[in-house]
Design a protein around this ligand. Sequence first.
Ligand code: IPE
Ligand code: IPE
Ligand code: MG
Length: 252
Amino acid sequence: MSIRLPFFNKKQKKTEEIKPDNIPEHIAIIMDGNGRWASRKGLPRIAGHKEGMDVVQRIVRAAVNYKVKVLTLYAFSTENWKRPKPEVDFLMKLPKEFLHIYLPELMENNVKIETIGEFSSLPEHTRKAINYAKEKTKYNDGLLLNFALNYGSRYEIIQAMKQIVSDVDEGKLKKESIDEDLLSNYLYTKELQDPDLLIRTSGEQRLSNFLLWQLAYSEFWFTDTLWPDFNEEIFKQAICDYQNRKRRYGGI
Ligand code: IPE
Ligand code: IPE
Ligand code: MG
């Protein structure tokens, strides 16, 4: 006689529900894998960036629904200028295209647009489109959608150091008053709380010069999924896993 054991399919994960009282307030995402997604389909890399743009809006909608306070999306790093010019040019046009399509919906959803990074060295057409959206959404007090554009964490920290040194030289600041809060206040992120959760797609497990200071105590969550294939379900899974973690901040 054989005993029948219940059959569990590993893939059929029990769908967990998100606890509304423990939503990560600030989620940062390294949206990676656009190029590989396109290559695997025999398409040019830019097709992956285009597809990734629509995923941004889907995740923004989900973040609005979960009442996330800040969503910081790594869109272009200070190192990404190394890429072929046509790809860089395409990436610099995406903010305008994204906002052209989605700004009305972002307004409806009370989303406020901001950026971090070296804004002044972006092409004028990129700055213009973003400035328009920033102006238009500045009184919105729902989700803060923060694009890291021409962002590099080491550059950010060096700029902060230079400013601190010059403020000390000019007598505006005492060396003794330099502490963690003060340095934080010299960063692009001065208005923001540190991320609670960092997500990176595409299987890479590195920071690539993203928010090195701000991620000191964030929870990290990685997925092999390429950014254009990322979706609400996977986003939900990341939040569920976050909710099952115990943040200790060095305590017990
Ligand atoms: C992320 O996708 C988007 C940017 C860095 C702008 P990638 O373009 O890095 O895609 P992969 O990593 O080459 O697949
Ligand atoms: C990080 O991805 C930057 C963005 C997602 C915008 P990269 O693709 O540039 O990172 P590396 O080169 O693999 O570390
Ligand atoms: Mg990449």
